[in-house]
Design a protein around this ligand. Sequence first.
Ligand code: URA
Length: 210
Amino acid sequence: MSADVFVIDHPLVQHKLTLLRRKETSTNSFRRLLTELSMLLAYEVTRDMPMHEVEIETPLEPMRSRLIDGKKTVFVSILRAGAGILDGMLQVIPGARIAHIGLYRDPKTLVAVEYYFKVPAGMEGRDAIVVDPMLATGNSAVAAVDRLKETRPRSIRFVCLLAAPEGLAHFRAAHPDVPVYTAAIDRQLDAHGYILPGLGDAGDRLFGTK
Ligand code: URA
């Protein structure tokens, strides 16, 4: 069965996304907004995460109440721009584990080439949330999830800020079982694989490298 695409249309998400997209937004503000957006996206992507009941005592009486097991969650950051999403997500689930997948886009072919892969042990018992701000051609996302599936996590979700229709179609064709969470689906890709209207190069804007 094909998993869903969730567009997070919440006013707070859309407001912050507008500020983030603007070309005059400074590196400092870009980072802060990306962290805030990541917290809001974390809230949506974890909406149905597993819970267990524990016995606690309030100041007035005992009760049974619910907890998540944060350690079972793994945020899988696609380097380098995925790193910008980790801070916000970790503020919401501080116990989560982190995986890194290093991929660069060959500038000529736009094909994703792997240069780093490190995930926690015991992925079979964990829920993976792959994070990358931009789902553009989909090549990196498809390659990252291909590789991640070799570790057999209990579940996989993909979270981005912006998706291009072309990248979304590519990803869904390759991984129809992986739900996608995004703040917006933009118009199209340009000839260099950038999302239009987009927000420019997420890594450069995040790290101030341009
Ligand atoms: N990566 C980016 O950072 N921006 C785009 O528009 C596409 C890919």
